[in-house]
Design a binder for this molecule. Structure first.
Ligand SMILES: [Zn+2]
Length: 419
């Protein structure tokens, strides 16, 4: 039992298992199903659920329908329960959301930015601080996704924007340097790469769920990619593993802002679409124009899809994934020019890789992957015996309040862009 030897340790261990199961199933399984899946006695499950409800960690609702037998309950997030704040910082805008156990996302704020570290991160830090003070002890951590490699847990380089070793927690005003007083209630800050977070979300609640070896590619202004093994994106020694976009997989020779030449990401994504039709590109500008090119220029779309297919073949030959999943504009490239993508990919596969070739699938999570992965990183830290103990210690018995919800929009993890 994971070293749980005393009855108190066993109970703490089972509280974590039950909450983890509720979170991972999207708060859709009935209590009886969870009890069976976790191998718990019915009485034990009742006591655990009651204790978690007392701690405002879980709340049960009747199942929407039951064909026969007694009504059954579905454990889900408590209305005053823990929240992960998650942010997806793209090259031109950021989105901030509050996420409940089970993965329901409430978008709090979406704002464009000017592409500078200060211009992007200072207003986001202010928004995080404002929502943290409003939501109080409910906020158990903050996860931030960024469109570049992240070293040492917070130093970010975004080549297109000229960001070099930008200290993200410091610019957000959330750093925890030695001597700093911990920010009340804000919990830990986790900074990660958008592709790695999108891949993590895909492994937890998307098309890489249950897949042993998968390859995830996230296409925005350029392209990132990472191998996912047993549900975990391979992070590399310093945490900067999700950089398949900077491999010379497509035979090009243009210099990339990362310092290398011929990077695959030069040929796939919004920048490549804009370049193909002779429009200005780079610096995180031109999203709307690129979307117009994606919708109207078959030639630009075919060029992007073919480049995507050639690179996928190289990575499949190297890594032997079971499934290749695509998020961001990768989904549209595959939908609009799937035949071109496959015709570029399959002849470049080794014969042993063609029998059968791996499936290439669009993400089940739309553009939400990076945000959801940031959420998962926060709940991974929270759903531990120590995290739950901290929750109890920080939990005031009086003055509990439900946050103001009139001005926010709810959506499911699979939902459309809500704003
Ligand atoms: Zn590069």
């Amino acid at each position: 039992m994971n070293g749980a030897t005393t009855s108190g340790e066993l109970r703490a261990h089972n509280r974590v298992r039950l909450l983890r199961a509720v979170h991972d199933c999207g708060a859709t399984s009935t209590r009886s199903r969870l009890t069976r899946d976790l191998g718990l006695a019915r009485g034990t499950a009742s006591v655990l659920v009651a204790g978690l409800a007392d701690d405002e960690l879980l709340h049960e609702e009747p199942a929407p329908e039951h064909a026969r037998g007694r009504p059954t309950q579905v454990p889900g997030p408590h209305p005053r329960g823990p929240l992960a704040l998650a942010a997806d910082v793209r090259e031109d805008a950021w989105e901030l959301a509050a996420c409940e156990l089970g993965g329901r996302v409430t978008v709090l704020d979406v704002r464009p930015h000017d592409g500078t570290p200060q211009g992007a991160l200072a207003p986001l830090g202010e928004a995080v601080a404002a929502h943290t003070s409003r939501l109080g002890h409910r906020v158990v951590g903050v996860g931030v996704a960024l469109a570049g490699p992240v070293r040492f847990g917070g130093l970010v380089d975004i080549a297109h924007l000229g960001w070099r070793s930008v200290n993200v927690p410091a610019l957000l005003g959330l750093s925890r340097s030695p001597g700093d007083a911990p920010r009340e209630g804000a919990g830990e800050v986790t900074v990660g790469n958008d592709t790695a977070f999108a891949a993590l979300a895909e492994a937890r609640r998307g098309r890489l769920r249950g897949v042993r070896v998968g390859l995830h590619l996230h296409v925005d202004f350029d392209l990132g990619g990472v191998l996912v093994v047993e549900g975990r994106p391979l992070g590399g020694a310093s945490g900067t593993g999700a950089e398949f976009g900077h491999m010379p997989l497509d035979g090009g020779d243009r210099p990339c802002m990362c310092g290398a030449i011929g990077c695959w990401g030069m040929d796939v994504g919004a920048n490549a679409l804009l370049r193909h039709v002779g429009m200005e590109h780079g610096g995180g500008r031109g999203r709307e124009q690129a979307e117009r090119v994606l919708a109207t220029s078959e030639e630009a779309v075919a060029a992007g899809a073919a480049a995507l297919g050639r690179g996928i073949a190289a990575l499949v030959n190297a890594h032997d994934p079971e499934v290749v999943t695509l998020s961001g504009h990768g989904v549209e490239l595959a939908e609009r020019a799937g035949g071109t993508l496959l015709r570029a990919c399959e002849p470049r596969l080794m014969a042993i890789r063609r029998d059968p070739p791996p499936r290439i699938e669009g993400s089940a999570l739309g553009w939400r992957g990076a945000l959801l992965g940031a959420m998962e990183s926060v709940f991974d830290a929270f759903l531990t015996p120590e995290g739950l103990e901290r929750w109890r210690e920080n939990h005031p018995d009086q003055g509990r309040d439900t946050p103001e919800r009139r001005n926010v929009t709810h959506s499911t993890p699979q939902g459309d862009k809500p704003l």
